[in-house]
Ligand binder design. Structure first.
Ligand code: GLN
Length: 209
């Protein structure tokens, strides 16, 4: 794929980068399909052993309160925190963004996050009137063609620390995509609209890590 960087160390799939998708809940199948289509060795992650075998991890959209409970029940929360602290590249979409955020507004009762991403996210930021919509976003980092983005009961990034770079905002200024070192987060779901450039960016981050 032109311009997408070195995703392979060899021509066989044995040389493809092993990329995990946290597969406890949510739309992990869509992410596995996109990553596989881009040439990654995409794998479901449900155990600490599986987590240890990957070079990058996608946390999908779904329901962050449920994902929080399941990561704790599956003894994955601490290994995930340790991996993020050790620098594992992680891409969180929607609920996945909430999972990696350091702070949440309107979280569920006793909801915890894995943290690492120095942002405050507001859950369900668009309320019940507009809980789902699609729009085109300018994302200069990904080129001139706008990103067609699907927002589904989506969070927004309300505050971000100094090391966080904004990648995309809505017309009203609310931040919906950002990066901090090896962490990437989007409020929306590129995996649902045929948009692969965020996953390509993530694979370049993994290759460079
Ligand atoms: N509202 C969900 C949450 O709080 C996120 C929705 C989504 O991932 N599409 O986790």
């Amino acid at each position: 794929m032109a311009g997408s960087g070195p995703l392979h160390t060899g021509s066989s799939s044995a040389g493809a980068l092993p990329i995990g998708v946290l597969a406890l809940q949510g739309d992990f199948r869509e992410h596995l399909a996109v990553l596989g289509g881009l040439g990654a060795d995409a794998r479901s992650v449900r155990t600490p052993e599986q987590l240890a075998s990957v070079r990058g991890l996608v946390i999908p959209g779904g329901e962050s309160t449920v994902m929080d409970k399941l990561t704790r029940a599956f003894d994955l929360a601490e290994p995930l925190r340790d991996a993020i602290t050790a620098g594992l590249p992680v891409y969180g979409t929607c609920a996945g963004l909430i999972m990696i955020a350091d702070r949440i507004i309107d979280g569920g009762r006793d909801q915890q996050t894995l943290g690492g991403f120095d942002v405050t996210v507001r859950r369900n930021a668009f309320g019940s009137q507009t809980d789902s919509f699609e729009t085109d976003l300018d994302v200069p980092e990904l080129g001139d063609v706008p990103v067609h983005a699907a927002f589904i009961r989506a969070p927004v990034i309300e505050q971000a620390g100094p090391d966080v770079t904004t990648l995309a905002s809505l017309d009203d200024g609310r931040v919906v995509a950002a990066r901090q070192g090896n962490l990437l987060g989007t409020s929306f779901h590129p995996e649902m609209t045929g948009e692969h450039r965020f996953h390509e960016l993530f694979l370049r981050m993994v290759a460079a890590a």
